[in-house]
Design a protein around this ligand. Structure first.
Ligand SMILES: *Cc1c(COP(=O)(O)O)cnc(C)c1O
Length: 373
């Protein structure tokens, strides 16, 4: 092939032809409220401690890291509680990698993955990348899981993996534990509960971690990217049965988690209280955001996460663009006519609300005159 060969000329796998790489636009804006990050960086003292840990790791970078990340996994197990031991916890570069490994181990050609839409837009990508088959079951109008439909799908299609984001992204809605249990009872394969936003939930007890001692096929994924304010550290993890951890060890790449990542994450876990200190504040600001959006006449979805889905707009792209013009970057995602805003700092949220108010007052016709959800 010519050295200036183009992507379109490459012998790509057919399912990749014409596809775009996933990801929200990484644009400069005064208020970046589009990828559900925690707005608060680590304190200078904590950043200093992370730097020290990195300096120490740097002295041995000629060696491969601990391939089993034993020390980190022990700390994660201790952080989670619920009597979990290190051999029931696995870590990787973000929970996106953990979930890809789960599908590498349990899905694959001829195998099926059941998801409940609208949901996290990366799930179809893991399914595609592992050459599995995607089954998308629509959620109810309130974005809850339609249990009879789920039972029927599980009974007839026998999915190898069931994936549920709880709280769900982009809706922010939670699935009660009782419903998860009803799925766990009938699922023939692995059930993945993605709790990326669990720390922001109104009911912190609504975690599937408590079900682990009864269901060996349950995998509860967590991340340090959101509540933990460590998105740049790329550290996700899963609590599950020791057997499922052994399965993940079969498919992980050798030394997948760098010594630097392990060192930084361990320092973060040693200071979990400090990093999680502002979760309550973000949760309150989320509730205020829902109120303020309602007062502007928006339809909102009650969120248990650090973001709000709001609409409905005749042309959501136009609203997105106008907000960006005022320095506010939100996400164009979710059901038609809706936008998603992440909960930022107080000044960022003030900027967002006043920008939205202005956009809507200038162009009331952008709003669809339908009742709230
Ligand atoms: C943000 C997010 C994650 C976390 O991804 P990382 O790879 O850990 O940064 C996982 N699941 C959902 C639904 C998310 O929104």
């Amino acid at each position: 092939m010519r050295p200036d060969v183009t992507l379109a000329e490459l012998p790509l796998r057919p399912e990749l032809v014409g596809q775009q790489p996933y990801g929200a636009p990484q644009l400069e804006a005064q208020a970046r409220l589009n990828v559900n990050e925690n707005p608060y960086p680590p304190s200078p003292a904590l950043a200093q401690e992370m730097a020290q840990a990195v300096r120490q790791a740097a002295g041995q970078l000629n060696r491969y890291p601990d391939r089993e990340a034993k020390s980190l996994r022990s700390k994660l197990a201790r952080y989670l509680g619920h009597g979990l031991l290190f051999d029931q916890v696995w870590a990787a570069n973000g929970s996106n990698e953990v979930m890809t490994q789960l599908l590498q181990a349990f899905a694959g050609p001829g195998r099926r993955v059941l998801t409940f839409t609208p949901t996290y837009s990366m799930y179809p990508e893991y399914v595609r990348n592992t050459c599995s088959e995607l089954i998308s079951l629509p959620r109810r109008p309130d974005y809850g899981i339609d249990l009879p439909a789920a039972w029927e799908a599980i009974d007839q299609l026998r999915p190898d993996v069931v994936m549920i984001a709880n709280p769900n992204n982009p809706t922010g809605t939670s699935t009660p534990l009782a419903v998860l249990e009803q799925l766990l009872r009938v699922a023939p394969g692995i059930v993945v509960v993605d709790e990326a936003y669990q720390e922001f939930s109104r009911q912190p007890g609504n975690t599937a971690l408590g079900l682990l001692n009864r269901y060996g096929n349950l995998a509860v994924c967590r991340t340090m990217s959101k509540a933990f304010a460590l998105a740049g550290g790329r550290l996700g993890y899963v609590a599950t049965s020791a057997a499922i951890v052994d399965a993940l060890r079969l498919v992980r790449l050798p030394y997948h988690l760098s010594a630097v990542s392990q060192a930084v994450a361990e320092v973060a876990l040693d200071h979990a209280d400090e990093l999680l200190a502002r979760v309550d504040e973000l949760r309150q600001r989320r509730d205020q955001c829902l109120d303020r959006l309602r007062r502007l006449g928006c339809a909102v979805v009650d969120s248990d996460a650090n973001f709000c889905l709001f609409g409905r707009f005749v042309n959501r792209h136009k609203v997105w663009q106008e907000l960006l013009g005022q320095g506010v970057l939100v996400r164009e995602v979710g059901p038609p006519g809706y936008l998603r805003v992440s909960i930022g700092s107080a000044p960022e949220m003030d900027l967002f609300h006043s920008a939205l108010e202005q956009v809507l007052s200038r162009a009331a016709h952008l709003m669809q005159s339908e009742g709230s959800l």
